[in-house]
Design a protein around this ligand. Structure first.
Ligand code: PPE
Length: 307
């Protein structure tokens, strides 16, 4: 998806013009994938632009860095303020935000402990990640021949930049085969997640989503969905799922910050329910879009106004 340029990017403590936010070709993070990042969205609300679950995303950024023994040279509150400034200073009503922490220029080789740690936060307008048509009518999924990381090879709890080669390969395989998105299974054969989204399965009125032990990222949207679902009176269980659970589901949807809440019409050509977004999916999708736009008082604790 082509990027829409905005004016300024926060880089190591300063807002710099978009085209000046550059790095050296010998940056450690470029060579070894030694970085951690977040994806956050801000939405237009009655109180101006507001960032959705900002504190939780910044917390996860710090947790990711901690897993890789990467010391972020800012506090969480400094990065929260910087994120708000990026939306404000670019005059954005709604946007996608990308904070990234990476090992910088100056050291090479696999011992990262002496590397400098750089931080940047960019923001730009980004529409429906999996397309408007998919958002309305559902997308087609395919189980990938690539597996999710073994937790003792790469820690799925960390949103590490280099780890996303795995997601990219699965995405390319699915798209080349004519599908919209891939599902990855864990090395043990359980359903894990999609390339950049968590997955929910609905059967006989009950909702299921895979645990982090199946290699899924602990999604912030996933946790928003769980709270919304429970408030709607739905039962939600976090448990291991087999691929056949996907084939016999009544409804399936995926969720993530970029993707938001997207209905699934089929998995490996097995139609989910009647192939149209189901009633529980639609109810959750609609509450989610109201929550992120600050329209529901119950979920006001999730939003941070930038002004
Ligand atoms: N699993 C993976 C592997 C993942 O990358 C994401 C977010 C999620 C689950 C959902 O997490 P959360 O955003 O906290 O609900 N993927 C981010 C990156 C997408 C990209 O194209 O890059 C995102 O949605 O921002």
């Amino acid at each position: 998806m082509p990027i829409t340029e905005t004016e300024k990017i926060w880089m190591n403590g300063e807002l710099v013009p978009w085209h000046e936010a550059k790095i050296h070709v010998l940056t450690h993070g470029l060579h070894y994938g030694s970085g951690v990042f977040e994806g956050i969205r801000a939405y237009e609300t009655d109180g101006g632009p507001a960032i959705f679950r900002l504190d939780d995303h910044i917390r996860r950024l710090f947790d990711s860095a901690k897993i890789f023994l990467m010391k972020i040279p800012y506090t969480q509150s400094e990065l929260i303020e910087a994120s708000k400034a990026v939306v404000r200073e670019n005059n954005l009503d709604s946007c996608y935000m990308r904070p990234i922490v990476y090992l910088g220029y100056g050291e090479m080789g696999l011992n990262p402990l002496f590397c400098s740690v750089s931080v940047a936060i960019a923001a730009w307008p980004w529409g429906a990640y999996l397309g408007d048509e998919g958002m309305r009518n559902g997308i087609r999924l395919k189980i990938s021949s690539w597996q999710r990381h073994d937790p003792n090879a790469l820690p799925p709890a960390a949103k590490g930049t280099g780890m996303y080669i795995n997601s990219s390969m699965a995405k390319v395989e699915a798209v080349n085969a004519g599908y919209d998105e891939a599902i990855l299974l864990s090395p043990q054969g359980y359903v894990s997640e999609c390339t950049g989204e968590n997955l929910f399965v609905i059967k006989k009125g009950k909702m299921f989503t895979p645990p982090t032990s199946a290699g899924a990222l602990e999604g912030i949207t996933q946790s928003s969905v769980i709270r919304i679902a429970k408030d709607l009176g739905y039962e939600v269980s976090i448990e291991n799922l087999l691929r056949s659970d996907l084939y016999t589901a009544d409804e399936i949807f995926l969720c993530g910050t970029a993707a938001e809440v997207v209905p699934v019409s089929s998995v490996d050509d097995r139609i989910a329910g009647d192939g149209k977004p189901g009633p529980m999916t639609k109810a959750i999708q609609s509450k989610y879009f109201d929550a992120v736009r600050g329209r529901l008082d119950t979920y006001k604790d999730w939003i941070t106004y930038v002004r």
